[in-house]
Design a protein around this ligand. Structure first.
Ligand SMILES: NC(=O)c1ccc[n+]([C@@H]2O[C@H](COP(=O)([O-])OP(=O)(O)OC[C@H]3O[C@@H](n4cnc5c(N)ncnc54)[C@H](O)[C@@H]3O)[C@@H](O)[C@H]2O)c1
Length: 345
């Protein structure tokens, strides 16, 4: 089995690549390296694998030779990037992903796992949203995932199995860390500033899922027979991962001594709230367990941050905020108007 991970120099992709390598698999990574400087120097380096610096929009059939399974994670994974330029997210996440899926099908790749997002459920007043519920994409990012998912899943047939995994908001330590997702932000802030600040009322619901569980679930699903998974969508998580933002803050505060939680009650533009149902993934993969609920997961993350010696500056410098890094690359003219590297070395 030969695997391709796109986005292997990103937050989740690097964790997934590590796990595949530890299982002894042959892995190729393709990533254009937007965030390769957003790395914890303290993080142990991986064993040998083939890492290609390339834009996913320029992948060719040659790059896919001998690949059996593709984990497609490369994306602009950030809502505010849509405010910088409304076409980039669609060009990369939608058109780039659909082009790649077509290319994979044409060369005989058998499985294509698309890293999608539950955030496409937007603002839902249903008790729970499942894979058949209406979507309500509020941002360019969410729209790009809805559009790509539809087109990619249509490619399903008896030989090509595209699958969409709608992740909740992911947290946990990674080599290419992010502090712009809620649990990582709260935990980093509590450790480095002693405070958690919630802009709105903290009532929105979100599923939060531990990074190691996400990588394990990707691998588990990739091993299923093609006829079981082809063309399917899975909310990727388990029911106890749904939590209200203020509750999550409380868990972090109870885990990290001396944390003060401030709820500002300001009018939050972000009205997204939904509780995801994870019945389908449980039904299809009854033996697979998501190991970390929010309580255990926050404890684990706190230990991970202590283990790596998280410094105040790691959290405060913006080094691990995707939007800040992309803006820096654009302002320094390192990326062109279409987000390609100006100097492709
Ligand atoms: N982190 C989360 O909470 C979360 C939740 C749901 C879904 N997802 C999805 O999971 C995937 C991975 O997310 P992440 O948190 O690791 O994001 P990330 O930003 O850390 O990693 C994405 C990687 O993709 C690469 N990339 C972006 N555009 C590219 C292009 N045109 N060509 C080649 N490489 C490109 C970047 O360089 C980066 O290394 C994304 O598809 C994201 O939408 C993430």
């Amino acid at each position: 089995m030969k695997y391709l991970v796109t986005g292997h120099k990103g937050y989740i992709g690097s964790d997934l690549t590590n796990k595949l390598l530890r299982l002894g698999h042959e892995v190729i990574g393709i990533d254009n390296g937007y965030f390769e400087d957003c790395r914890f120097d303290e993080y142990p380096t991986k064993s040998l694998y083939q890492s290609i610096k390339k834009d996913l929009r320029e992948i060719t059939k040659i790059d896919l030779e001998g690949i059996d399974t593709v984990f497609h994670l490369a994306a602009l994974s950030n809502d505010p990037i849509g405010n910088l330029n409304s076409t980039w997210t669609s060009q990369i996440n939608n058109l780039g992903s659909v082009r790649l899926a077509n290319l994979c099908k044409s060369v005989g790749v058998s499985r294509f796992l698309f890293s999608s997002s539950c955030i496409m459920y937007g603002e839902s007043n249903l008790d729970t949203v499942d894979e058949t519920s209406p979507v309500d994409p509020k941002t360019d990012y969410a729209k790009s995932k809805v559009d790509a998912e539809k087109k990619i899943l249509k490619l399903a047939d008896s030989k090509f199995a595209p699958v969409s995994l709608r992740n909740g908001t992911v947290y946990g330590l990674s080599e290419f860390m992010r502090f712009d997702t809620v649990t990582n932000d709260f935990t980093g802030s509590a450790m480095c500033t002693g405070k958690i600040i919630i802009k709105g009322n903290g009532k929105p619901w979100r599923p939060v899922v531990y990074i190691g569980d996400v990588s394990r679930s990707f691998i588990e699903i990739s091993r299923a027979p093609i006829n079981i998974i082809s063309g399917e969508i899975f909310n990727n998580g388990s029911d106890e991962l749904n939590i209200q933002i203020f509750k999550l803050a409380e868990i972090v505060a109870n885990t990290i001594p001396g944390t003060e939680v401030k709820v500002l009650q300001k009018n939050d533009e972000d009205q997204r709230t939904y509780r995801a149902s994870f019945n389908k993934i449980k039904k299809y993969f009854p033996d697979f367990k998501f190991q970390f609920n929010p309580n255990d997961g926050v404890k684990k993350l706190y230990e991970e941050f202590q283990g790596i010696g998280l410094k105040k500056n790691d959290y405060l410098s913006g080094k691990f905020i995707r939007m800040k890094n992309l803006t820096r690359l654009i302002e320094n003219n390192l990326l062109d108007n279409n987000l390609y590297w100006v100097n492709k070395s």
